[in-house]
Design a protein. Sequence first.
Length: 448
Amino acid sequence: MAEETKKKNGFLKGAATIAAGGFIAKAIGAVYRIPLTNLIGGHGLGLYQMVYPVYCMLLTLSATGIPSSIAKLTAERLERGEGDKPLFKTAMKLFLIIGLVGSLLMAGLAPLLSAAQNTKEITAGYFALAPSVVLVSAISVFRGWFQGKNEMFPTALSEVVEQVVKVGFGLLFAYLFRGNVVRAVTFLLLAVSLSELVALLVMLLLFKRVPAHRKLTDGGGRVAMKSVLKLSVPVTLSSILLPLSGLLDSVLVVRLLGKYAADPVALYGLFSGGAVTVINLPVSICYGIAAASVPSLASAKARKTEGKKSGVKRKLFFSLGVTVLVAAPAALALYFFAEPTAKLVYRNLEGDELATLIGLIKVFAVSALTLSCVQTLSACLTAQGKPQYAALAMAIAVTVKTAVYVALLQNPQISVFGLAHATNICYLVAFLLDLLYNLRVASKQKEK
């Protein structure tokens, strides 16, 4: 009992550490939007968000699946008494190569992507943001390694550093180029690359200062890239579906809204850069729970205690329960306090734009709960070695989302709110499927 309590406390401490880092980072980002929107306006914010779907997609391919997959593999090796050095070296080489390919791909496709989005003026923005892809790949390997050792502070610190540097340079550039929206947006995207560079340097410093007994150790044999990819590819496929959907949205939604809206880019910006940013604040806090779930469940699996009461299923429900306890009150608060939240974060918005944003936050508030749960349940599937199920669930959910908003956006009376409703349905479907798959996988584990 004492051992179980100790493990739960360790889980909560790790989750709280990453949650605190995520909250601080997102809070800084949310406050950042106040002066930023004032300097570049709704149209500038829309241009800024047009680049992000492509960036997120490439980032997901090269980095998003890394922390959870490396954390799982590290935790399992340590539980079996094997060294983590072979795994770390293989993962770093592999994902640096993949990240570099992603950076080059983003830069190479920049003219075509900006043309497809009917915003050729943001081509330079793609070039400015491209280096971030390879930088985040390296950062993610470090984060996964630390998380696998139940060291959550480096992840939290690097997230905060990223935001502080991005905000500092971003506001400086936005102010210097406030008379030229396109140039301001380009340098804002450059600020993101600079922030990732600084975050990588911080991770390198933390890595070198790790106490001797926690440094890389040999043992357990060589780790092939194939074994790392076997787990990380399904995780990546699961993660890439949302940014891929966002890329499709940035093209399709703007074109659909353009049939009747005077400024469809601004409307899209209010949802993707406004409502989504607000909703992601509680989701980012719950990311700590998802991150802590991976080594917890992976270690249990390695010990072959899945069939016991204190095994995988119990840890699964504990993780989900903590997520609901955090996310549900946040969702309710966003719904009932949508207006003061919008006015606080986006003070320069007024009239129809402000009213639209308030409405979007109210409609979208429920996703603070469902997306947080999806995040945790997907991590649990990864820890149980079944990330492909999370990918399948998200694929089905994204397909439903696209079909729903294509139908709803035909109606000018619904307008951009159709995208919010469709996204709510998307996360609800993903949540239900992820829960079903988790219970099925846990039930199939060998009873002890």
